[in-house]
Design a protein around this ligand. Structure first.
Ligand code: AMP
Length: 375
């Protein structure tokens, strides 16, 4: 068991690490973050910050020998970096889970191999692969690069076979996956945690709305049937069991028009849709990650009230500093900012949450509060 006052190492230094570090420090742990950047969202609240490339293996060794356990807030850390760290200290989640989830093709093969529901897909290495794949799975379809994609980056919708050559050229030689375009009714996620003894905790089903492929608003509980709720939770439980997972993980789903669940993506870490647990639950997704990687019992995932969250992207700074005071006039609204200096369009700068008597009401309040930032 890793007790308070120990040092938790975190690969990555973004907002997920920041909220993790806040929870860890609340419980008397110290936090050491490792990333190539300086003055980072995590570094600003961590006790120690190493600024080095993930490929700098000497720096990785030094970091791993200075901490009591290692976890992640960013899954695209090279496998070799994780392997080296694991020679010095326990790493959760383990390297093989990262290896699977940091590449869409490996992740989809994992889903297929284990009979988890997913949209049909084909691996794409050549233009012929792409032409054959379009003929087999049909159009529209989505072409996604296999590596390093998030928030819709590296994705292109293919509406007909004549678009194949152009879409293939845009890949610039990167390996890709073609998947069926899903006419979904809604998108939902399940954020869950599993400890080393196999205990499982989840936050139920969260409903997510995206704008330009980026998460915009989440609310919980999701407006889904009891059957969909049960299935989503059971699939998530099976995923973490299959991985023998320790930590917090999120499964993103499409709910199709005929109420079937398809897994879109797995995130082996706390997730943007789970940010609302920070304000709305007895133990947040970040606290669960901490408890799991330290070998402590998981906390309660109970919600104080239904909740909604709205992301604040850099676009909100277009006409200068947002009017924080206006949003904070809503007494049930909480403001989270990640300490990022430069508000670039599409960059996640912070979020707002609101608790209310129903998820629909919380979602309404959060939209109004975000709108009022423009005043
Ligand atoms: P991803 O980066 O794969 O999570 O994709 C980001 C968003 O793009 C998803 O949350 C969906 O809104 C949309 N999207 C991705 N894949 C598909 C698909 N196969 N069919 C329909 N929409 C998709």
């Amino acid at each position: 068991m890793i007790l308070p006052n120990s040092i938790i190492g975190v690969f990555g230094s973004g907002q997920l690490g920041r909220m993790f570090a806040i929870e860890a420090r609340k419980m008397g742990y110290r936090v050491h973050t490792f990333s190539p950047d300086t003055d980072t969202p995590t570094g600003q609240v961590a006790d120690y910050e190493t600024c080095a490339d993930y490929e700098d293996l000497d720096a990785v060794k030094k970091f791993a020998s200075a901490v009591d356990v290692v976890t992640f807030e960013f899954e695209n850390v090279p496998s070799q970096t994780v392997e080296i760290a694991a020679q010095f200290v326990a790493v959760h989640p383990p390297g093989d889970v990262l290896h699977t989830t940091q590449n869409r093709l490996r992740e989809k093969n994992f889903l297929r191999r284990n009979n988890f529901p997913h949209a049909d897909f084909r691996p794409i290495k050549t233009l012929t692969d792409l032409e054959n794949a379009i003929a087999e799975i049909g159009a529209p379809a989505i072409l996604k690069t296999a590596g390093f994609g998030y928030d819709g980056k590296g994705q292109a919708k293919i509406k007909s076979a004549d678009e194949a050559a152009r879409a293939f050229a845009n890949l610039n030689g990167q390996e890709a996956v073609l998947e069926t375009f899903v006419e979904f009714e809604k998108e939902v996620s399940v954020v869950a945690a599993r400890d080393a003894h196999g205990n499982f905790a989840h936050y139920g089903v969260i409903e997510n709305e995206h704008v330009n492929h980026i998460l915009d608003v989440s609310f919980a509980p999701a407006l889904v049937s009891e059957k969909t709720f049960r299935e989503a939770v059971e699939i998530t439980r099976a995923v973490v069991e299959t991985f023998n997972y320790v930590g917090t993980l999120c499964v993103e789903f499409f709910v199709t028009k005929d109420q079937k669940l398809l897994i879109n993506e797995l995130a082996p870490r706390p997730h943007n849709s789970g940010h609302l647990t920070f304000d709305a639950c007895i133990s947040s997704q970040f606290e669960q990650q901490l408890r799991a990687v330290c070998g402590l019992p998981l906390g309660s995932t109970e919600f104080f009230k239904p909740c909604a969250m709205a992301n604040l992207l850099g676009d909100a700074w277009q006409n200068g500093e947002p009017n924080w005071a206006q949003a904070l006039r809503f007494p049930e609204v909480k403001l989270h900012l990640y300490g990022k200096a430069e508000p670039r369009p599409g960059r996640k700068m912070g979020h707002l949450t609101a608790l209310a008597d129903s998820a629909a009401q919380a979602a309404e309040i959060i939209r109004q509060a975000r709108e009022s930032l423009k005043q």
